[in-house]
Design a binder for this molecule. Structure first.
Ligand SMILES: [Ca+2]
Length: 147
């Protein structure tokens, strides 16, 4: 009985090893986007998203969502868990739906901002967030209160 138990263990280890090695290649190729959003005020329990888009609008190539805590910052991360962002230069949008009205457009009082905005929260004149394979890129920016 003891011998057959060891045989089973050895077989299981041999079967698992090739799978573990194979997982390294895709994760090396997936760009990771991280950053911190600074909020104009604490607003706990509100839905937020951070999006990577090719042009300002509702269509995104990657998104992370969550619910705000009582902090005035949100730390976010994208690019893991199977999200694959093609390398290139993008816009990055941060948004907190304060009145929880839903949808893609901000309503008065929501927190919103595009990475690199000039203080009004609006998108910059051209794409400014360069994302490359195998690199963890940080985009920290502040959100403003939508008028
Ligand atoms: Ca809203």
């Amino acid at each position: 009985m003891r011998r057959s138990g060891l045989t089973v263990v050895a077989f299981a280890v041999a079967a698992v090893l090739p799978m573990g090695c194979g997982e390294e290649t895709p994760s090396d190729q997936v760009p990771q986007v991280i950053g911190t959003l600074t909020l104009p005020a604490s607003a706990p329990g509100k839905p937020y998203f951070v999006r990577v888009v090719t042009m300002p609008g509702p269509t995104f190539v990657a998104q992370t969502t969550g619910t705000t805590s009582d902090a005035t910052t949100i730390s976010y991360m994208m690019g893991l868990s199977g999200l694959s962002i093609p390398q290139g230069t993008y816009y990055v949008l941060g948004f907190v739906d304060i009145d929880q009205s839903g949808g893609d457009a901000s309503t008065s009082g929501d927190f919103r901002g595009w990475y690199g905005h000039n203080g009004d929260g609006n998108p910059p004149a051209s794409a400014n967030a360069t994302i490359s394979f195998g690199i963890s890129t940080r985009f920290d920016f502040a959100l403003v209160i939508a008028p």
